[in-house]
Design a binder for this molecule. Structure first.
Ligand code: NIG
Ligand code: ZN
Length: 383
């Protein structure tokens, strides 16, 4: 089964060998998909035949967005906490416990239904690859069902074993970490691809974070970290030490953190929608980019700090608030996300890539940032 997409006004391939600049831009282009993969890319006038035809009518086509950071396995919502924040309360990691209580009380069906609802939102807004974390259970039983639901519905499942010490371990975070290492990781690792921990005041210390990540890595999981979100700390350093695929948030970095990232293969994943919704400091994206760090952008959908699934919104925010160029922002939301998940098959439209295409209701990808808040995703094709 093959499909050809013709009359593409502007095609973003993210392959510099195929077109102009880092985005590998082509104009008046066409693309052929065979068995879910990109089989041919070139000028529309020379496009080979295919079983089916799709006329893009001069619109822009981009790779599907790659979301490398989401928390979709949860019950309930926290609009009241949001209102309190918007009227003066600071965000603190403790709000996570509200969602832990609701998630523990929810059925598997309710949790899975929430995940598929949010994945549908992501898809309609152009996202074709989604990593999904557990983390609102924080018992062996609840993390196991959370990570199993994540694996069943999302592309990549992450065991966020250390999100916040749950209420029954209040004041005993070391005991909680011991339970995670001895019981939770052995039970859950077979169902996940990644281990994650929230290294932050009010969540887990540097030593506790390292213990959880090392145990996850020893169980065969790749490493990712919630690092340096609310305060400066050791999360980035630990992530780089453990060859994390990604350190996420990165709002409070020292020069040493930036240098360490620049000399590593660890991606810095920026989540500006969380900073927008908490009114916290944005990360310094320019400092990271100028130092040569690979930067990804994610929406971080979760009920506490970032209840959005819109990567176009994140791109617009990255351009305005993080001072990224429109091209940098699109790259970071597509191929940057793929790098953060250590995937080579998504985030670009080179020959052989998974055919994840987004047709925009716009002549250029620039409109994603130029027309903020406007639903420009006209059609989404996954594989
Ligand atoms: N930072 C920790 N985890 C989430 C927030 C979770 C919550 O507040 O429920 C985040 O990525 O922003
Ligand atoms: Zn998160």
């Amino acid at each position: 089964m093959s499909l050809r997409v013709v009359n593409i006004g502007e095609l973003v391939t993210n392959d510099p060998s195929m077109g102009d600049g880092t985005l590998g831009l082509l104009h008046d282009a066409a693309l052929v998909v065979e068995d879910g993969r990109v089989a041919w890319v070139g000028p529309s006038s020379r496009c080979p035949d295919a079983d089916e035809n799709l006329d893009a009518a001069g619109a822009a086509v981009i790779p599907g967005f790659v979301e490398s950071h989401s928390h979709l396995v949860f019950a309930g919502e926290r609009a009241a906490e949001f209102e309190a924040r918007m009227t003066g309360q600071p965000y603190a990691a403790g709000g996570i416990r509200t969602t832990i209580a609701a998630t523990r009380a929810a059925s598997d069906l309710a949790l899975a239904t929430n995940v598929t609802r949010l994945l549908g939102e992501y898809r309609r807004a152009g996202t074709t690859t989604v990593e999904c974390k557990s983390g609102y259970g924080q018992t062996v039983h609840d993390e196991l069902r959370s990570v199993s639901i994540a694996r069943c519905h999302a592309d990549d499942a992450t065991l966020l074993a250390a999100h916040v010490p749950p209420p029954e371990y209040a004041g005993r975070a070391d005991d909680y970490v011991r339970m995670v290492v001895d019981e939770m990781i052995p039970a859950c690792a077979p169902h996940a691809a990644w281990i994650d921990a929230f290294c932050e005041r009010g969540a887990f210390s540097a030593e506790q974070t390292r213990a959880v990540l090392e145990a996850g890595r020893a169980a065969g999981l790749g490493v990712r970290v919630h690092a340096n979100q609310l305060t400066p700390g050791d999360g980035v350093r630990i992530g780089v030490d453990l060859d994390a695929a990604s350190v996420d948030h990165c709002c409070h970095l020292t020069d040493a953190d930036v240098d360490a990232l620049a000399q590593s293969t660890t991606v810095a994943t920026l989540l500006p929608a969380a900073d927008f919704s908490t009114r916290n400091a944005y990360p310094d994206a320019r400092r990271l980019l100028d130092a040569g760090v690979t930067v990804a952008l994610g929406a971080d959908c979760n009920p506490g700090t970032s209840y959005t699934t819109s990567m176009p919104f994140v791109i617009a925010l990255a351009v305005q608030a993080l001072r990224m160029s429109p091209a940098e922002a699109l790259w970071s939301a597509t191929l940057g996300g793929a790098r953060a998940l250590r995937r080579t098959d998504v985030g670009h439209l080179s020959h052989g890539a998974r055919a994840d295409l987004v047709l925009l209701d716009a002549p250029s990808y620039l409109h994603l940032a130029y027309r903020p808040g406007v639903p420009l995703v006209a059609r989404v094709l996954k594989a």
